[in-house]
Write a protein that binds this ligand. Structure first.
Ligand SMILES: [Zn+2]
Ligand SMILES: [Zn+2]
Length: 212
């Protein structure tokens, strides 16, 4: 059974590769393969940044955190040097990332799509997957009525755990305000999380109602 942390909005890309591991930036060592922007990169180098060279947003975050000890501060910026793993001609590149940033580590023998060479689900497969969900969803959403879960379409009873997103209903505006409700059971949660992404973007200042 997946844990809450493994569940996600169905529109969010997550690697299909089994046997991945997770690591913090500080624990990355040269030779490990990380997923960065949906692509596999081999770690070349990792170093702390001189405090004089910190990007402004890190300076500000450090001030806001009451200037903790830099060497042990989990959000201190580090420079991570990588090279695209599937392309030996790719130039080494680097990025500035927080010391406790989370990475997905690929096993040494990971899969790529035979057709396009990208990590699964590759862009084409991922688009197909989302379109299949969405074409079902459109028919389904037209049949929703007041008081039914917008994830599964069944009525939400008082005894069931559920979550209501206040404000306009972004799926069915015609049902009125404060009607977007979802069960929090596992089968309804990915749809609720997808709705939450839209709901957060719809109005500035909203905070997550489901954290994961
Ligand atoms: Zn492909
Ligand atoms: Zn439901």
């Amino acid at each position: 059974m997946p844990t809450l942390r493994q569940l996600r909005s169905y529109e969010r890309w997550v690697s299909d590769q089994p046997d991945t591991e997770r690591a913090l930036t500080v624990d990355l060592t040269p030779g490990r393969i990380v997923i960065w922007g949906k692509a596999p990169f081999r770690v070349i180098s990792l170093s702390d940044l001189n405090p004089g060279n910190w990007p402004t947003e890190y300076e500000e975050a450090w001030d806001a955190a009451s200037r903790p000890d830099v060497a042990s501060w989990k959000d201190r910026p580090m420079r991570l040097g990588v090279q695209r793993d599937t392309d030996a001609a790719d130039p080494e590149r680097s990025g500035i990332v927080p010391a406790h940033g989370q990475w997905v580590i690929l096993p040494e023998h990971y899969s790529v799509c035979r057709s396009c060479g990208e990590l699964p689900p590759c862009p084409e497969a991922f688009t197909d997957r989302i379109m299949a969900v969405e074409s079902h969803r459109i028919d389904f959403e037209m049949r929703l009525v007041h008081g039914t879960c917008h994830g599964c379409g069944k009525p939400v009873s008082r005894r069931e755990r559920s979550i209501l997103f206040p404000g306009d209903n972004l799926i069915r505006p015609d049902l009125g305000a404060n009607t977007a409700v979802f069960h929090t059971r596992q089968s309804c949660l990915p749809i609720a999380l997808s709705y939450q992404d839209r709901w957060l973007a719809a109005e500035p200042g909203r905070a997550e109602r489901i954290s994961w």
